[in-house]
Design a protein around this ligand. Sequence first.
Ligand code: COA
Length: 321
Amino acid sequence: MKTRICGTGSALPKRKVTNDDLSKILDTSDEWIRSRTGICARHLAVEESLTSLAADAAKEALDEAKINPRELDLILAATLSADHLVPSLSCELQRELGAENAAAFDINAACSGFLFALQTADVYIKSGQYQKILVVGGEILSRLMDWNDRSTCVLFGDGAGAAVVLPDETSGILGSVQGSDGARGEALLCENRKNNNPYIANGTGLSYVSMNGQEVYKFAVRTVPKAILEAIKKAGLAIEEIDLFVLHQANIRIIESVSKRLKVPMEKFPTNLESCGNISAGSVPILLDHINKKGMLHKGDHIVLAGFGAGLTWGASVLTW
Ligand code: COA
C-alpha cells in the first residue's frame, strides 16, 4: 500500500510586499535581496490568521481529493508559528473545517516540517491505523521576525499549503529519508518566551529569529543533495527518472547549487521564491500546489519533495504522482 497525494491547496495573505517596499522601512535594496536570494516579494499576513490561511488551503485540497472534512481520520499540521501555543494549529483547523472525526496534532520540524508530517502520514497509512489524512504546512513567520534585522526579515514570508493523502495500490510515496542535527541548532534560532516564574529575576521578554546565514547555507548545500540521492535510491529509481524536484524555497543560490551537485538541469527545479520568499513549513506544499494548478504534474511522474532548515532538520520523499 502506498500513500498518494490526491489533492493540494494553498493560500497566501493578500498583502504583497516587494523588496522596494522593504527598502522604504529598512536599510536594504532590491538589488541586494534579489542578487543574494532570488527573492523579489513576499506576502505578509495583515488581516489573516494562520488558521484562516490553513483552512483556505485545506478546503482546496479536500475539494480536489473529493473528501468531505467529516471523513478525515487525522489532521497533521507542520508549523513553528501557530496562532496559539495551545490549541494547536491542527485542532483549530479541525474546528474551522468541521472535521469532527479526526485526531489532530502539530509537528515542528521548521522548514522540513511538511516533509516530516507527510512521512508521518505515510507511516500511519502503511500501518492501517488511518486512511484519510490532511497534511498542512504553514507559517506566519512575520510575527517572529526582528523587523530591525535586515539580514533575516527580508528572507521570509507568510502562507499555508495543504495536501490530502489517501491509500493507493499503485501510485504514491516510494521512499523517504529524514534527519536531524540538534548539535548545530544554534545556526537558526528563535527562543520561546522567557520563563517568568516567581523565582526567576528579569524573566519576561520575547525573542525573534536569529540566524547565521552562512552556516545555514553551507548545511543546506551539503545535506540536501545527499538526502535526495538517498531517497531516490530507497525508491529504487535512477536520478534520470525524476521529472521534478520540489525543494524548500529558501534561496535560489541553494537550489542552483543542489542542481549543479546532482547534475540535473534547473528546468527540473520549479520555484516560487521570487514572489513568496521562504515560508518555512509552508514552502514545499505551496509550491507543490502552484505547479499542480499550472498542470505541471502528470499521472505517473516521479517527483522529489525536499525540505531543510532549523533544528537542524532535513527530509526528502520520492513519489509517483
Ligand atoms: N540589505 C543590505 N545589506 C545587507 C542585508 C540586507 N537585507 N542583510 C545583510 N546585509 C549586509 C551585511 O550587513 C553585510 O555587510 P558588511 O559586509 O558591511 O558587514 C553584507 O550585507 C554581507 O552579508 P553576508 O551575511 O556576508 O551576506 P551573504 O552573502 O552571506 O548572504 C544570506 C546572506 C542570508 C542571503 C545568505 O547567507 C543565505 O542565504 N543563507 C542561507 C539562509 C537561509 O536560507 N536560511 C533559511 C534556511 S531554511
